[in-house]
Design a protein around this ligand. Structure first.
Ligand SMILES: *[C@@H]1O[C@H](CO)[C@@H](O)[C@H](O)[C@H]1NC(C)=O
Ligand SMILES: *[C@@H]1O[C@H](CO)[C@@H](O)[C@H](O)[C@H]1NC(C)=O
Ligand SMILES: *[C@@H]1O[C@H](CO)[C@@H](O)[C@H](O)[C@H]1NC(C)=O
Ligand SMILES: *[C@@H]1O[C@H](CO)[C@@H](O)[C@H](O)[C@H]1NC(C)=O
Ligand SMILES: *[C@@H]1O[C@H](CO)[C@@H](O)[C@H](O)[C@H]1NC(C)=O
Ligand SMILES: *[C@@H]1O[C@H](CO)[C@@H](O)[C@H](O)[C@H]1NC(C)=O
Ligand SMILES: *[C@@H]1O[C@H](CO)[C@@H](O)[C@H](O)[C@H]1NC(C)=O
Ligand SMILES: *[C@@H]1O[C@H](CO)[C@@H](O)[C@H](O)[C@H]1NC(C)=O
Length: 467
């Protein structure tokens, strides 16, 4: 199972237009890295120049991740909120093969067309777009700051690493650039999920850990399976053990998503949820529960997760990780090729059933689906892994409640590759619109981001004035 990174984070039911922008299109080559195929297509980007000083003002450039770009534009309030004081132009670029930036229309995700979906191709699109926004000038006029969260944060870091002549600095929020094979233990993600639940209350973790065997035993009788179908409002009855397995997988990804979007305010990033959703759901699991009572408790959690708005008619547990708000079907392919991120559970350090990472199995599944073999070391070799000493001007921020922090950079690498830890924050809270419920730690992180951005802009201007 490949976790949608951010996605999970991203399922937004398209967001009422809080921020205003123009939608534009930019022509890019289908293949930046060979001259064999000469087709082009258009990627979409969103622009706002209301605050921009077009003499020397910076360009704030969001390196779009796996989803429709509007979702990121509406959720990345930080860029919008600081643009006026920096007199910045705001640009959100959509990643190829997501949203409407489809090289082959609605056939883009078919196996014979999907091969041009790579981070390197997307970064090359963004590089061309940035050059265009500078007026294709040999001496660029405007400082460019990259922003991104999650996979978008990885791209923000990577574009600074690969194209330092185009991008002057990057705010890489919740970017799990160490999540590649061999870099961190595969159980780190679900260990953090579990500790986020433990912070809410210890009993919650014990109950969830016990619920797996209780549920499997319970569902063995047809009568009980029917009860679950009816009382949990499942879209499909539980007919056999593979249905039960799918339900178990769904519940596991429910807990993982809740930890990822455990924000201090009501949110709709991946899906509509109350403020502090982990605490809310753990209220139902705050004392030791057994048998039917435990099943009923888990059912209440499921109702909050799947039906917070009261508008979900049934729980589609066979729908895997797909979030209604984020159309990220291409991510599974990226996870099967270059973005290989091993995930496993031990059952001891975490509250899930033990489930080892099996690369052979993973590769077989990828081959079956897409006729590709993953390159597990590819992204590390391409982007530098943990060896970023030669890079500069990147801030890596991570919320310590965020399971993706397990693959993040938590220690500064140099004076100019720095880590910002945000104690009380889930997945890239620092990029989200400010809220009265924000913890002090996230306000501090945003101030540090602003100081770095100022510094990078100053450096650019000093260098330019020497020319
Ligand atoms: C693109 O390649 C095709 C096939 O090789 C060729 O017929 C066509 O003229 C080329 N188009 C352009 C714009 O170069
Ligand atoms: C900046 O904007 C003004 C007003 O729209 C325009 O006249 C001017 O040419 C622009 N300058 C540059 C460098 O684009
Ligand atoms: C795919 O796109 C084509 C051309 O735009 C359209 O005619 C067709 O109905 C679309 N198919 C689907 C399944 O959306
Ligand atoms: C079926 O399950 C329900 C709820 O778990 C229980 O109340 C009922 O007694 C069971 N009926 C039979 C025939 O097992
Ligand atoms: C289990 O039931 C589902 C329908 O609910 C069916 O699609 C699937 O093939 C069945 N699996 C097995 C192993 O019988
Ligand atoms: C668990 O939560 C319920 C409802 O919020 C409350 O009534 C109950 O006292 C709590 N139990 C414990 C052991 O804290
Ligand atoms: C969601 O809530 C509504 C209103 O309470 C209810 O009618 C519906 O059955 C619920 N759906 C699920 C999946 O629980
Ligand atoms: C991993 O998966 C392969 C292919 O399904 C299987 O043959 C092998 O036994 C598995 N390895 C482990 C350690 O489970």
């Amino acid at each position: 199972m490949s976790k949608l990174l951010f996605i999970l984070v991203l399922t937004i039911g398209i967001v009422s237009g809080k921020y205003k922008y123009e939608t534009k299109w930019f022509t890019v080559p289908l293949d930046h890295f060979s001259f064999q195929r000469n087709e082009t297509f258009q990627i979409r980007y969103l622009v706002n120049s209301d605050y921009w000083d077009n003499g020397t003002g910076p360009i704030f450039f969001y390196t779009g991740n796996e989803g429709q770009i509007e979702v990121f534009a509406q959720n990345t309030g930080f860029m919008w909120e600081i643009a006026p004081e920096f007199k910045a132009k705001i640009v959100f670029a959509e990643h190829r093969y997501y949203g409407q930036s489809m090289p082959f229309g609605n056939k883009s995700l078919e196996n014979e067309n999907i091969g041009y979906l790579t981070a390197a191709q997307a970064l090359a699109d963004y590089a061309d777009l940035i050059d265009y926004l500078q007026g294709d000038k040999v001496e660029p006029r405007y400082p460019v700051i990259a922003f991104g969260g999650s996979y978008g944060g990885m791209l923000a870091a990577y574009i600074r690493i690969k194209y330092p002549h185009l991008v002057n600095g990057a705010i890489a929020a919740s970017a799990p650039i160490h999540m590649y094979p061999g870099m961190v233990p595969c159980e780190v993600y679900d260990r953090i999920v579990t500790s986020s639940f433990r912070i809410a209350n210890e009993e919650c973790v014990t109950n969830i850990r016990n619920s797996w065997s209780t549920l499997r035993t319970f569902a063995k009788s047809q009568n009980n399976s029917d009860w679950l179908y009816k009382n949990w409002n499942l879209c499909h009855p539980l007919k056999n053990s593979s249905d039960v397995q799918e339900l178990v997988d769904y519940l596991q990804s429910m807990y993982e998503s809740l930890a990822m979007v455990n924000y201090p305010f009501e949110s709709n990033f991946l899906l509509p949820l109350p403020a502090q959703p982990v605490r809310v759901v753990c209220q139902y699991l705050n004392e030791t529960l057994k048998d039917q009572k435990l099943i009923e408790g888990i059912g209440k959690v499921l109702k909050i997760y799947a039906n917070y708005t009261g508008k979900t008619s049934c729980v589609n547990y066979k729908n895997g990780d797909s979030y209604e708000n984020l159309d990220a079907s291409g991510w599974d392919y990226q996870a099967c090729t270059e973005m290989v991120m091993p995930m496993c559970t031990t059952g001891t350090d975490d509250m899930f059933e033990p489930n080892p990472w099996n690369f052979t199995q993973f590769a077989e599944d990828c081959h079956k689906k897409y006729n590709v073999q993953p390159r597990p070391q590819g992204a590390r070799v391409e982007y530098g892994g943990a060896r970023l000493q030669a890079a500069s001007n990147i801030v890596f921020s991570n919320g310590l409640l965020d399971p993706w922090a397990g693959g993040g950079i938590l220690n500064s690498i140099s004076n100019t590759i720095t880590a910002v830890l945000i104690i009380d924050a889930a997945h890239h809270l620092d990029l989200m619109p400010s809220s009265p419920y924000d913890p002090a730690s996230v306000k501090m992180a945003r101030n540090i981001h602003k100081q770095n951005i100022e510094k990078w802009i100053r450096q650019f201007r000093e260098e330019r004035s020497k020319q």
